[in-house]
Design a protein around this ligand. Structure first.
Ligand SMILES: [Zn+2]
Length: 275
């Protein structure tokens, strides 16, 4: 059995078919990310979780919507976070890639405010972190020399580590130092379809050597379709392709990866294993 630890299910018109495909590929549980297209519909993932026993949900305000982290929306998040099927807060974090994102202080304030909500609810967080390294020149000029990973790890050390709660680095795409710092801060590294891309040599090296008890697999569907289906719309069933690729990198079997990542997911989310 595999668990897709990060997918966006809000926009599939054929969700029952998507779930059937997942089961057919051995993907029996899914963590649906509740960011919606903004806080107005961050409850949609939880609604799905309450309709389908195989789905768990998160809720959170994505850094691209950080300007919407108003008192009203944070109160909505608090309410969602109290639901037992909302098992994490996220995806939250920093995004210094897109030119039209909220400015850095706005993003950081929204992130800190949501760390407080997560801490109060005693729920882990799932992190989105994107640097301006590969951004267009105008975006680089806007954000640099600030670095999203440096800022993220500093804010986590200050506002999250004292809670003793864990989290996930979703679609981990950082370097060795950022991987080590994330692991030291108690985070799990979750690998998505981009692990299978030929240019992802750094991510592949990290995935090959990360501690077995701290790895997860995800699709980030409908984005980041793994090879050999790259170009098509992604779906949770494709967690199996990334898991198979990860198994080859680590010199083990897909079954062992499935067993390990499922066990890791339930260690991180003990309440999910009872459901
Ligand atoms: Zn996502």
């Amino acid at each position: 059995m595999l668990i897709d630890s990060h997918c966006h299910l809000d926009d599939y018109e054929n969700l029952s078919e998507i779930l059937a495909n997942a089961h057919a590929s051995g993907v029996d549980k899914l963590l649906a990310i509740g960011i919606g297209s903004g806080p107005a519909d961050m409850h949609v993932a939880l609604d799905l979780a309450n309709q389908h026993p195989e789905i768990f949900a998160t809720a959170g305000i994505h850094p691209q919507e950080a300007h919407q982290a108003t008192p009203e929306n944070l109160a909505k998040l608090e309410k969602l976070a109290a639901d037992p099927r909302c098992i994490a807060i996220g995806e939250i974090g920093l995004d210094y890639y897109h030119l039209d994102n909220p400015d850095i202080p706005t993003q950081q304030a929204a992130f800190i405010a949501q760390l407080k909500v997560a801490a109060a609810a005693q729920k882990p967080i799932t992190i989105h972190c994107r640097t301006s390294e590969l951004a267009i020149p105008a975006a680089k000029a806007r954000y640099e020399p600030a670095d999203a990973w440096t800022d993220l790890l500093r804010l986590i050390a200050e506002h999250w580590t004292p809670t003793g709660l864990p989290g996930i680095m979703h679609c981990f795409s950082g370097n060795e130092a950022q991987a080590s710092a994330s692991l030291a801060a108690g985070f799990y590294l979750s690998f998505a379809g981009n692990l299978t891309y030929p240019k992802s040599t750094t991510i592949q090296a990290i995935a090959a050597s990360a501690p077995a008890d701290r790895i997860l697999v995800e699709t980030d569907a409908p984005f980041l379709t793994p090879i050999p289906l790259r170009g098509q719309q992604n779906q949770p069933a494709n967690t199996a392709l990334t898991a198979k690729f990860l198994a080859e990198l680590r010199g083990t079997t897909p079954e062992a990866i499935a067993h390990q990542t499922t066990s890791n997911f339930y260690t991180l989310f003990p309440t999910a294993s009872a459901a």
